[in-house]
Design a protein around this ligand. Structure first.
Ligand code: C5P
Length: 191
């Protein structure tokens, strides 16, 4: 069984994908890590991820290499091989149900309000001992959303047939239980 989980940063998609993988005994790939790794490499080699001359200021947006079609193509095969391994897999990202695995057995589009996502990120940062302004986090999330939704190649969007799961007012346990119920419903409907 292949399960595709897409959604914006801090929507809860990573937590949900990990829980689904544990529940169904499937391997899990956080595809955002691939783009972050590429971003990190560009940073280490002192390259410019924007191709436009803007300063690389402290690698504030390590995911911004993901707008380039060549980068996406280079990572496509790896992600598809992971999705299509025997037994299936859970992948989370931005374009899993739209590009990487449109044939997935279950597709979730996980989202939450900007304020709920900023609050979660703020709590995470706080736990790491980092004191960042909530407004700053909101601005960062909005900038990422804007970039992920409006890029020409594989933009973030709810795929046809994907179930929408808004986690704004759900606890982690409720979000996971809802995700499992949605997967069961999609699998049963296709059987
Ligand atoms: O999910 P995460 O926030 O770790 O992803 C980092 C960045 O990688 C995102 O902002 C997005 O631009 C990019 N990404 C993507 N397609 C995916 C996963 C992540 O473009 N499937």
């Amino acid at each position: 069984m292949i399960i595709a989980v897409d959604g914006p940063t801090a929507s809860g998609k990573g937590t949900i994908a990990r829980a689904l993988a544990a529940h169904y005994g499937l391997p899990h790939l956080d595809t955002g890590l691939l783009y972050r790794a590429v971003g990190r490499q560009v940073f280490l080699s002192e390259g410019n991820p924007d191709d436009a001359g803007a300063a690389l200021a402290a690698c504030a947006f390590p995911g911004r290499v993901s707008v380039h079609p060549a980068v996406r193509a280079a990572l496509l095969e790896r992600q598809q091989a992971f999705a299509n391994q025997p037994g299936g897999a859970v992948l989370d990202g931005r374009d899993i149900a739209t590009v990487i695995a449109p044939h997935a057995n279950a597709k979730l589009f996980v989202t939450a309000s900007v304020s709920a996502r900023a609050m979660r990120r703020w709590v995470e940062m706080k736990q790491l001992g980092k004191n960042v302004e909530r407004a700053e986090i909101e601005a960062d999330l909005e900038a990422r959303d804007e970039r992920d939704r409006n890029r020409a190649e594989a933009p973030l969007r709810q795929a046809e047939g994907a179930a929408l799961l808004d986690t704004s007012n759900l606890t982690k346990e409720m979000a996971v239980a809802t995700a499992i119920a949605l997967v069961e419903k999609q699998v049963a409907a296709k059987a």
